[in-house]
Design a protein. Structure first.
Length: 284
């Protein structure tokens, strides 16, 4: 499986997340599957959309017309986790395949955010709107009942429904009590934030094993969402430098100090840019 940081994938992703699109108008499923094209450039996205629609049809066939939010969640859980066997990958949590939605669908294994995204897309197709909850260390979903009360859902744990105290306990388990729980951690997050969190998971995995080309492909997609992020522009400059893309690195360094002229590292960045120019001058 060869990663591609191709312009075609970046452009396809940009078309789905560009600033002109309202956040609620972002096609989350297509965008998540486009992320997977960094690893599977010839991915048949339509095939996986059809499979998600088939999952929704299976759920719909078991729902009564007047099903409540709780009844719909219970049916979703039955179909996805009991019948279809989706589950959290505790054995190999940092396997990058857990972050590619096509692999999650094929292997029926994922991490909290990818299982949540899949669950969210199936739920939407059966008439249950859900929002993402970006709790640190453990992504969740949220629904509301007819009286406006929140229902927190944990797709990584078979769709179990949680209260705030149980969410706090989840955080304690993840961080061994080192990160203090705050009620605002249960606020909804945007679709762009969901996609960014998916990308940041992959970025962390690839950087940990020093796979710079793969990291670069992911950072390109982060910048498609947030093109004015100085930190990401700088990281792309360093990644490009690491793999010998000196012209691209120079361009990013120049962009970085224009975006962040008062940064404490600007002098260092300018020195690096000067060194790159000298190296490139010897090529002529």
């Amino acid at each position: 499986m060869q990663v591609v940081g191709s312009r075609a994938v970046t452009e396809a992703f940009f078309a789905l997340v560009r600033a002109e699109i309202e956040d609620e108008g972002i096609d989350l499923l297509h965008a998540a599957l486009t992320i997977a094209r960094t690893q599977y450039p010839d991915l048949d996205i339509r095939n996986y959309v059809t499979r998600v629609e088939a999952l929704a049809s299976k759920v719909r066939s078991q729902l009564s017309p007047e099903a409540s939010a709780i009844e719909t969640i219970n049916t979703l859980n039955h179909v996805m986790f009991r019948e279809m066997g989706f589950r959290g990958n505790r054995e190999d949590y940092y396997d990058p395949r857990n972050s590619f939605l096509n692999d999650v669908i094929e292997r029926r294994l994922g991490i909290p955010i990818t299982l949540s995204l899949l669950y969210m897309e199936v739920a939407r197709r059966v008439g249950l709107p859900l929002v993402g909850v970006g709790m640190p260390g453990h992504f969740l979903l949220k629904a509301y009942d007819v009286e406006g009360r929140q229902i927190l859902i944990d797709p990584f744990n078979n769709g179990s429904m949680l209260n705030a105290a149980e969410c706090e306990q989840r955080m304690k388990e993840v961080y061994a009590g080192e990160v203090r729980y705050k009620p605002e951690y249960l606020l909804p997050v945007s679709r762009r934030q969901i996609l960014t969190r998916m990308l940041n998971n992959l970025r962390h995995i690839y950087m940990t094993v020093r796979q710079f080309r793969k990291t670069l492909a992911i950072v390109d997609l982060v910048l498609a969402i947030y093109p004015r992020s100085p930190e990401d522009v700088k990281q792309r400059a360093m990644l490009r430098f690491s793999i010998g893309q000196l012209a691209g690195s120079l361009s990013d360094l120049e962009q970085y100090w224009k975006m962040n002229p008062e940064g404490s590292d600007v002098d260092e960045v300018k020195q690096m840019a000067m060194s790159i120019r000298k190296t490139m001058a010897t090529w002529n």
